[in-house]
Ligand binder design. Structure first.
Ligand code: DAK
Length: 267
């Protein structure tokens, strides 16, 4: 299926989804909002896909919610979006589907420029973030008089040290990619022409692993935040036991002994 605001390209088991409204710095209008939901559904439901790379066309990753559409009143109003919006990616998906678990598959944000407001929140909801040297990051909502409703106040303090997260959230200032790299907001800093190669190579590396094991590791990493240590240990032992029963868990050691590349089938 083709989208109006997102370019979808699948190579093997890796999908590159490119936010594609460069004339608006890939701001999220309603159309993109709904298409992002569909992209997430596809990622979740299509077993031929193991990892997704999310990036932006042009000089931005994403400049956040479409302020012009909001100003023109064309966007769904805040109340309906918050409480009962029809599956808005800025509400349900950022906070639940994009909660790093529910798609069941890793997403790598390849940040090629501005990642602001809802754009930064998209990147925060991804498993891994890498960026180009000209990228910048910020939560300008506070400067516009509203609340970062796509998860930044929840996720930034979990990803960054508290003082840094609060400075971002409360000043609304933009921070450059060098700074983001130093803070650990991104794990690689690359030149523009290296971005997709780097993102794809990380994606392919992950996609070469047993999908059920990848899924179980993500589940444990994100799904246990509010558990006690002993609960996490039990869940970890249980996950290990389940994964140990899979065909893929036999295939890995067998391939090692036979000195060949393992072939995993997610069973
Ligand atoms: N929306 C609409 N159009 C945008 C845009 C945006 N967010 N950002 C940029 N554009 C448009 C510009 O208007 C301009 O269009 P034309 O004037 O050419 O028609 C074009 O993109 C190029 O932008 P500039 O000319 O401004 O380019 P510059 O390089 O000079 O500046 C900039 C780049 C990124 C610094 C600047 O464009 C800027 O400050 N943009 C706004 C960034 C921003 O404030 N973003 C946060 C939006 S608020 C929710 C969950 C989440 C959210 C909301 C609700 N719920 C759960 C309810 C999220 C909110 C947000 O993201």
């Amino acid at each position: 299926m083709a989208y109006e605001t997102i370019d979808w390209q699948q190579n093997g088991s890796v999908v590159i989804a490119t936010l594609n409204r460069p004339e608006s710095l890939n701001a999220i209008n309603q159309k993109m909002d709904h298409e992002l939901i569909d992209v997430l559904d596809r990622l979740r439901n299509d077993n031929s896909i193991r990892v997704m790379v999310l990036t932006g066309a042009g000089r931005a990753f994403c400049a956040g919610d479409d302020i012009k559409e909001r100003d023109a009143g064309e966007n769904e109003n805040e109340l309906s979006r918050d409480l009962s919006g029809p599956g808005s990616v800025l509400t349900n998906n950022y906070l639940s589907l994009w909660n790093n678990v529910d798609t069941g598959k890793p997403i790598i944000a390849a940040v090629n420029g501005y990642a602001l407001g809802g754009g930064l929140e998209l990147a925060l909801a991804c498993d891994i973030r890498i960026a180009t040297t000209n990228a910048s990051f910020g939560t300008p909502e506070i400067t516009l008089g509203f609340f970062p409703g796509g998860g930044a106040p929840l996720r930034l303090p979990r990803i960054l040290p508290g003082s840094i997260a609060m400075e971002m959230l409360l000043t609304g200032d933009r921070f450059d990619a060098e700074t983001a790299y130093r803070w650990g907001l991104i794990s690689h800093l690359v030149e523009q022409d290296e971005l997709l190669d780097k993102a794809t190579s990380i994606a392919e590396r992950i996609a070469s692993h047993a999908p059920l094991a990848v899924r179980a590791v993500r589940e444990l990493a994100y799904g246990t935040n509010d558990m006690t240590l002993s609960q996490v240990q039990r869940m970890s032992a249980f996950s290990r036991w389940i994964i140990q029963q899979t065909d893929d868990a036999q295939e890995g050691p067998r391939a090692f002994v036979e000195k060949r590349q393992a072939e995993y089938h997610g069973r």
